[in-house]
Design a protein. Structure first.
Length: 240
C-alpha cells in the first residue's frame, strides 16, 4: 500500500468490501473523497473495485477467521495512513448460514461465529491504535433479526446479537479515547443476499431426511417445505 500521509481527505477501512453492501459503501465513500481500504475474498474482487473506483479503493484479500491475516491487513493500512490515523472503521464482513438449527452442522454454525463475531473483534482490536490517533468511529453493521429472531435464521441473528453486545461494551470502554462506536442494523437490501439465502435454504432442504419431509399432524408444513418457502420470500422489517 502506498503512503497516504499527505492525503487531504478522510480515511475509511471496510471489511467485506468486495461485494454487496460493503462494495456500495466503499464506492460511495470514495466518491465523497475518502481514502478507502477494504478486505475482499478474491483477487477478482480486488480488481473489480480498483476498476470501478478508478483506483480510489484499495482492497486486500483477507481471511477474517485468521487473526494474523487481519493483523497484517490492519498493519498495512495503518502504515499507509501514518500519523493521520483512521477516521472510520466499518465492520461489515459477515456470512449467513440459513436453515433449521436441527439440521445445520455445528461446524457451519461455528464458522459463522468465527467470521461474524471473532473476526469482527479481531478487526476492531487491530485498528484501535490507528483509530485512537484520529479519534475515529467504528460502525458495526448488524441486522434487524438480531433483535427479532426468525425461523431458519438462528446463527445469523445470534451472531449479530452477540456483536451488538460487544459493540455496546466497546462504546463504553472506548469513550474516554474519543472513539465512537455505532451499531447500524441493515434491513432488506437489493445486493444479491436474498437470492443467495434462497439457494442456501434449498440446498439444506434437499439434504433433509424422510423424517423432515413428513407432514405434521397439526396440518402445518413439513420442515423441508417450510424451509424452501422461507427461502422464496423475504419477511418485512419490523414496524417502527
Amino acid at each position: 500500500m502506498s503512503s497516504t500521509n499527505r492525503h487531504s481527505g478522510r480515511s475509511a477501512a471496510i471489511t467485506g468490501a468486495g461485494g454487496g453492501l460493503g462494495r456500495d459503501i466503499a464506492l460511495g465513500l470514495a466518491a465523497k473523497g475518502y481514502v478507502v481500504f477494504g478486505t475482499a475474498v478474491s483477487a477478482a474482487e480486488v480488481q473489480d473495485l480498483k476498476d470501478a473506483s478508478e483506483g480510489r479503493v484499495s482492497l486486500t484479500v483477507c481471511d477474517m477467521t485468521k487473526e494474523e491475516s487481519v493483523k497484517a491487513w490492519a498493519a498495512g493500512v495503518s502504515d499507509a495512513l501514518g500519523d493521520s490515523g483512521l477516521d472510520l472503521l466499518i465492520n461489515n464482513a459477515g456470512i449467513l448460514t440459513p436453515g433449521p438449527i436441527e439440521v445445520l452442522p455445528l461446524d457451519a454454525i461455528r464458522r459463522e461465529f468465527d467470521v461474524n463475531v471473532f473476526g469482527a473483534l479481531s478487526v476492531m482490536n487491530a485498528f484501535l491504535p490507528a483509530l485512537r490517533k484520529a479519534r475515529g468511529r467504528i460502525v458495526q453493521v448488524s441486522t434487524w433479526t438480531a433483535s427479532v429472531p426468525l425461523p431458519f435464521n438462528g446463527p445469523s441473528g445470534a451472531s449479530k446479537a452477540a456483536m451488538e453486545v460487544f459493540a455496546t461494551v466497546y462504546r463504553a470502554e472506548l469513550k474516554r479515547f474519543g472513539i465512537e462506536v455505532v451499531v447500524a442494523a441493515a434491513g432488506n437490501m437489493k445486493t444479491g443476499g436474498p437470492a443467495k439465502t434462497a439457494a442456501a435454504l434449498k440446498r439444506v432442504a434437499d439434504g433433509m431426511t424422510p423424517q423432515h419431509m413428513e407432514k405434521p399432524s397439526d396440518r402445518s408444513q413439513p420442515l423441508s417445505t417450510a424451509c424452501r418457502t422461507a427461502g422464496s420470500t423475504r419477511p418485512p422489517p419490523p414496524a417502527g
